[in-house]
Design a protein around this ligand. Structure first.
Ligand code: F6P
Length: 491
């Protein structure tokens, strides 16, 4: 991994580890933590994140709010600084503004004739929640880089759009790099936000030196938004936005997975136990999906398509199981709670319609169990990722490198991963339920040669880059911009 000599600070909502009140340490969840783990444990970097619960807050207080060193149970050691915000401010920040408001805008999830209503509650959540938590983290960053010459601050995700400007005002010399892990939606989707809020968010993120996305298409959307919504001067070819006599580079760095780490998990004893159980119970074919129970993942249409498939191809009854491992997520947000209920209700309907006394067509597992998921990765025949919109979708990359059956990937064209893997997957429009039903049939009846060809292709692409390359690509750009180089159009 290449090195800049400058001190490095990472900032994200979730940190690499969380503490229980008894001091037990758990690895932080989500793709972002996976992506940054290598960076933070392989070079001098301080990772600043929000304290997530009482255990984190206790640990932060014990460290007097300063950075401390911690060994992650998943390996690696980090310098971490956990920031405590007021509970109500955090609740407004996370459960009203970041999720759902921004998340829904950026995944096109709002059903605009019904929602969102922007009222005092939402505006206050922005003023006294989103802004406060961003300010608390900005204060910690400024304190952390105090005395450092030309520090580099790498900011992550949609929770922190205001933070760059808050840092820039106090440390104009800092190099600010922001990676957005979710899609950047087209300009009209942003018009649901009151103009003042929208302007502040954009000016906040445009205080960065570089803004990075997973794909060229999100980069394109971001540039277009700056032109449409802020009337800024944009160079679409080079990926540059000009604002206040500064240049902001807008770049695409697709996030790879850590294949060695995923394969190491697949060798754990607990994975073997789950495999034994799975193999004892498996039918002729196994269809798998593994997701956070998020509305953007399109779980309901996935089950509806399976329902349709079973109706149209009765010859597959009792021969195939659809295993869905869904990790409950953001259950403090009403839309997410309701979504889980709708998932359970639909599974009951499909199982009732097609099931027999000894065959349950859909096996629903509502839990977060990496080892159980990896055991299933090894043995699926078909892997479904039908997200409506998804920044990258790392599951689409993990499955193929662990799977042992040349399983076929069915992949939504609206995932970031599709830009890389599309050629070797069965591409689906996530809204087209019949197309997904057809893809399931095609996958289950595909020749062995075609399966092998596609599986080899997927593996080859996934293994081409690792998270170290991803970080290097970004640090190269940090160095190039610092040294006054011009933006090129290769990214
Ligand atoms: O995709 C953005 C992201 O921050 C991922 O890192 C992660 O998988 C997901 O969202 C986690 O969301 P939350 O922090 O709400 O659990």
């Amino acid at each position: 991994m290449s090195d800049t000599q400058q001190p490095l600070v990472l900032v994200s909502n979730r940190g690499p580890v969380t503490f229980d009140t008894d001091g037990t340490i758990t690895r932080g969840t989500g793709g972002l933590v996976t992506a940054l783990t290598g960076l933070a444990s392989h070079r001098r970097a301080t990772w600043i994140a929000n304290a997530m619960g009482r255990g984190d807050a206790d640990r932060a207080r014990a460290a007097k709010g300063r950075a401390f060193s911690v060994d992650s149970p998943a390996g690696g050691s980090y310098d971490v600084r956990l920031v405590i915000s007021d509970d109500l401010a955090y609740e407004r920040f996370y459960s009203v503004v970041a999720n759902p408001m921004l998340w829904f805008i950026q995944h096109y999830l709002w059903d605009l004739s019904n929602a969102p209503d922007v009222r005092a509650e939402e505006v206050e959540a922005y003023e006294y929640g989103y802004k406060i938590v961003n300010q608390d983290l900005a204060d910690a960053v400024v304190e952390e880089i105090d005395g450092d010459d030309s520090p580099v601050v790498m900011i992550h995700d949609y929770h922190l759009y205001l933070l760059p400007q808050m840092i820039r005002e106090r440390r104009p010399d800092a190099f600010l790099h922001h990676f957005v892990h979710i899609p950047w939606s087209q300009s009209d989707s942003w018009r649901v936000l009151p103009g003042k809020i929208r302007d502040e968010l954009y000016r906040g993120i445009l205080a960065n030196d570089i803004v990075g996305f997973h794909t060229r298409s999100y980069r394109r959307n971001f540039l277009q938004c700056c032109e449409d919504l802020l009337e800024l001067e944009v160079d679409h070819k080079q990926g540059v936005v000009r604002i206040d006599d500064r240049e902001v580079w807008v770049r695409a760095y697709p996030l790879p997975i850590d294949a060695a780490a995923t394969r190491a998990v697949s060798r754990r004893a607990r994975v073997r136990e789950h495999e034994d159980e799975l193999l004892r119970r498996r039918r002729e074919h196994l269809i798998l999906r593994v997701d956070r129970a998020d509305l953007s993942k399109n779980v309901l249409r996935g089950f509806s398509a399976f329902d349709l498939f079973l109706e149209q191809h009765p010859e597959f009854r009792e021969r195939v199981t659809f295993m869905a491992q869904l990790m409950p997520s953001r259950t403090d947000v009403p839309e997410y709670r309701e979504y889980l209920e709708r998932i359970e209700a639909l599974v009951a309907v499909v199982n009732h319609r097609h099931g027999t006394p000894d065959w349950m067509p859909i096996q629903l597992k509502l839990r977060d169990d990496l080892e159980e998921a990896v055991a299933a990765y090894r043995h699926y025949d078909v892997h479904i990722v039908n997200a409506m919109f998804d920044g990258m979708n790392l599951v689409a990359k993990e499955g193929p490198i662990v799977n042992e059956r040349n399983g076929v990937s069915i992949l939504s064209e609206n995932t970031g991963a599709h830009e890389e893997l599309g050629e070797f997957a069965l591409t689906v429009n996530p809204f087209d339920v019949q197309a997904l039903a057809n893809a399931i049939h095609r996958a289950l009846t595909m020749s062995d040669e075609e399966r092998a060809h596609r599986a080899d292709g997927l593996r080859e692409i996934v293994l081409r880059r690792d998270p170290g390359d991803w970080i290097d690509e970004q640090l190269v750009d940090v160095r190039r911009k610092t040294s006054g180089a011009k933006a090129d159009d290769d990214r």
